[in-house]
Design a protein around this ligand. Structure first.
Ligand code: GRF
Length: 209
């Protein structure tokens, strides 16, 4: 599979940084062809430029419709021959134009164990619900918000004194492990979808049993 990534961000970009670092350290066999932010002051744009990566600001406000914005994203991604799109704190719903151009080739990272707590403020939702564990999910993006096939999940304890902020910080550490791992897995291929289940490749040993 084409190992050129396009990373879409809106803010801090710590997950982008985790991908940059994993590539630099040889834990992730990929390259980042472009980073695109829909917010001009996203700190992640600076991180990208510091790493020598092509970094673009494309305001969704410059477009009349979501489809028009998505088509502009697709143009920039395709112009750089991107094979896999990674949403990393990208605060826009992606529509059919983007999903159609990269079917099962868009990943998102979400700070809860989906399907629990989709949408905004997942860490606050977890605290308010009183769950004892939460975590992170990396999933393929489909038309359903935070609802696509799950690639990687990692569990994080919720402690009695946690606030949304302290839980978010603990989950973020696992996010930074989970995202490079999930990207590597998708790029390596050998997986298939069975309904909404992502089934990993059989190892040669279990395949012969
Ligand atoms: C992360 O918590 C991610 O799970 C969520 O948005 C946040 C982005 O953080 N989708 P960062 O910009 O990668 O630091």
């Amino acid at each position: 599979m084409n190992r050129r990534l396009g990373v879409l961000i809106s803010g801090r970009g710590s997950n982008l940084q985790a991908l940059v670092d994993a590539i630099a350290e040889g834990r992730l066999d990929a390259s980042i062809a472009v980073v695109i932010s829909n917010r001009v002051n996203a700190a992640g744009l600076e991180r990208a430029r510091a790493a020598g990566i092509d970094a673009l600001f494309i305001s969704h406000r410059a477009f009349a419709t979501r489809d028009d914005f998505d088509r502009a994203l697709v143009r920039e991604l395709q112009a750089r021959n991107v094979g896999l799109v990674c949403l990393a704190g990208f605060m826009r719903l992606v529509g059919p134009e983007l999903i159609g151009a990269f079917p099962n080739r868009i990943l998102n990272i979400h700070p809860s164990l989906l399907p629990a707590f989709p949408g905004l403020d997942a860490q606050r939702q977890a605290i308010e619900h009183g769950v004892k564990v939460s975590g992170v999910t990396v999933h393929l993006v489909t038309a359903e918000l935070d609802g696509g096939p799950i690639v990687v999940q990692r569990v994080v304890p919720v402690l009695p004194d946690d606030t949304a902020a302290s839980l978010a910080a603990r989950i973020l550490e696992e996010e930074h492990r989970a995202y490079p791992e999930a990207v590597q897995m998708i790029l390596d291929g050998g997986w298939r979808l069975d309904g909404r289940r992502l089934v990993a490749a059989k190892s040669p040993i279990s395949a012969s049993m």
